[in-house]
Design a protein around this ligand. Sequence first.
Ligand code: URA
Length: 261
Amino acid sequence: MSEPREEHLRDWLSFAEELGLTPFYRRRAAPQGSPLPARKISLPVIEDPTPTVPMVSMAHETPQTASLFGEVPGHVEGDTLEKIRADIGDCRRCKLWPHRANIVFGVGNPRAELVFVGEGPGADEDAQGEPFVGRAGRLLNRWIESMGLTRDAVYICNVVKCRPPANRTPEKDEVETCSPFLFRQLDAIRPKLICCLGASAAKALLGKPIAITRVRGQVFDYRGSKLFLTYHPAYLLRPHSPTVDREIRQDLEKIRTFLSA
Ligand code: URA
C-alpha cells in the first residue's frame, strides 16, 4: 500500500476508534452495543478497507458512507416544525433562558434538501430571533450562494436555541436539554444532507467530540439523511491558514455536487 493511502487508512481507523468503533477488523461482524450513550452504532463492515472509506466520492457515483447510527431515538411520528416550535414554547428548561431576548428556532425551507446546523445564537441572532444573521451569517450566505442556492432554499438552525452568555460554547446540560428539538427538526425536514458547521454541531449530532480537521469533507449516514462536516464560518473570520480556504471551497463543491447528483 502506498504511503498516502496507508496514512489515510490510519487516520480513518483512529477516527473510528474515537467514535467507539473498536475493535475494528476486516471481515468481522459488527459488535453488539455501543459505547455512545443512547445511540446504537452499526459498525461499517469493511470488506476491503481502502482510504476511500468512509470518504465519499460525490462525483456521479453511488456514495459510500459509514453508518454511524442504527435506531433513531426521539423520533416523533408525523412531527412538523410548527409542532416542535410549539413544544419549545417559552422554554425555561435549561439555564440559558434568562440570558436570551428571543428563542432562535430556525429559518428556511421546511422541505430543504440541505440543512445547516450551527452552534448557538450570537448577539445579532438573539436580537432578531433568526440564526446566522451576523458576520458569520453573512459569510454563510456567501457559501450558500456559491453553491447556486439561496437562503430561502435551505434550512438553518443551531444546536441550542438560546444565546449562551458572552457567546460561550454551550455546556453539556444545555446541549442535552435542547438537542432533542434539533433531532426532531432534522427528522421533520428529512433533508438529503445535513451540514454541521463546526465542532459543537458535529459533537451534538455524533454524540462524541471530534476534530473537524480530521473528518471534514466526509459524509456519514445519519437518521435517514447524510451528514457532512465542515468548518464553522466564524472560524474563517479569524486568522487562518490558506489551506482552510481551499478546504472550504472543496467542501462546498462536494455539497453542490452531492445535491445535484
Ligand atoms: N453562530 C452560530 O453557530 N449560530 C448562529 O446562529 C450564529 C452564529
